[in-house]
Design a protein around this ligand. Structure first.
Ligand code: CP
Length: 315
């Protein structure tokens, strides 16, 4: 595998889920596979789970790991071609990616969108520049538009917990104080669309994801109706794709609470974390017996390990 930037890079998403679940049972079964290989983790934005879980995954495979917070420690990167570099951006991504590729066998990269220019963000320039110029395989640690390691862990969690072959999975928007990217819901939608699950997306009008990403998902503007009989509720805030990057609603009634969860089929509560308590979800739901957010976060280690294993095998 030369790149892992979205589910489109995987021919067998459920096969990769099975591989990740198998690694979860025996994390050290391949602990010599990555001997003398180096993983570089490059962060342009903050992280807790992605940073630690990917580092642990690499250690399970015997890899060396280098981490750099480019956002705070490195030179600001220019991404445009042909510009006169007379701004605060001291280094071009072409050289930065190529140089990091000299030191690393595999690179992981986190780079969030600006949320002001949809066309620019959806070109996913930073991650694609690393794919183009680094000369080594690249893993997305969350790009401007996708978060595939998260979605792989999400799918692992559903496969571990589902009580029937085709569970009803609901992706629900919830309110937030900041404009957030569409990367997690985009990615979740694309991965779930590769399964035979019943898939519903619920949000206020104006929060529709890109049509090619929402795919065949049912769109339901009535959140209570969407929750009826659901086996899994995945809650996340995102800013508008249509009115790009804007907050169109702060409607507190979209927060997930015990009353809403009572409409479900004893549904499991999912969130990628970090999550804002009593804004996105009530304390009662998050601390309750149906919350699976910690299991989900735990699975991040093995989603990263499965992807790293395939990449090492392809070197
Ligand atoms: N879910 C997730 O990616 O968490 P971090 O932003 O903490 O890495």
């Amino acid at each position: 595998m030369k790149q892992f930037t979205s589910v489109d890079d995987i021919s067998d998403p459920l096969g990769l889920v099975e591989e990740a679940l198998s690694l979860k049972k025996s994390p050290l079964a391949f602990n010599h596979l990555g001997k003398d290989l180096t993983l570089g983790l490059i962060f342009m934005n903050p992280s807790l789970r992605t940073r630690l879980s990917t580092q642990k995954a690499a250690q399970n495979l015997g890899m060396n790991v280098m981490v750099m917070n480019v956002g705070s420690d490195g030179w600001h990167l220019e991404t445009e071609d042909g510009v006169i570099m007379n701004s605060d951006k001291a280094e071009h991504v072409k050289e930065a990616a190529a140089v990091i590729g000299q030191y690393c066998n595999i690179i992981g990269l986190r780079s969030f969108p600006g949320l002001t220019d949809r066309e620019k963000d959806y070109k996913d320039v930073i991650i694609n520049s690393f794919v183009k110029y680094s000369g080594v395989p690249v893993i997305s640690l969350e790009s401007a538009i996708y978060h595939p390691l998260q979605s792989l862990a999400d799918l692992m969690t559903i496969e571990e917990l589902k009580a029937k072959a085709g569970p009803k999975v609901v992706l629900s928007w919830a309110p937030h104080i900041k404009a957030l990217p569409q990367s997690v819901p985009n990615s979740f939608a694309k991965w779930i669309n590769t399964t035979s699950y019943e898939f519903v997306i619920t949000h206020p009008e104006g929060y529709e994801l890109a049509e090619d990403i929402a795919g065949d998902a049912q769109i339901e503007y009535d959140q209570n109706k969407a929750f009826e009989g659901a086996d899994f509720i995945y809650t996340k805030n995102w800013s508008s794709y249509r009115e790009y990057g804007k907050i169109l609603s702060s409607d507190k009634s979209w927060m997930v609470d015990e009353l809403k969860m009572s409409l479900t089929n004893n549904g499991k509560f999912m969130n990628c974390l970090p999550v804002r308590r009593n804004l996105i979800v009530s304390d009662g739901v998050l601390d309750g017996q149906h919350s699976v957010v910690i299991q989900q976060a735990g699975n991040r280690e093995f989603s990263a390990q499965a992807v790293l294993k395939r990449m090492i095998e392809g070197l």
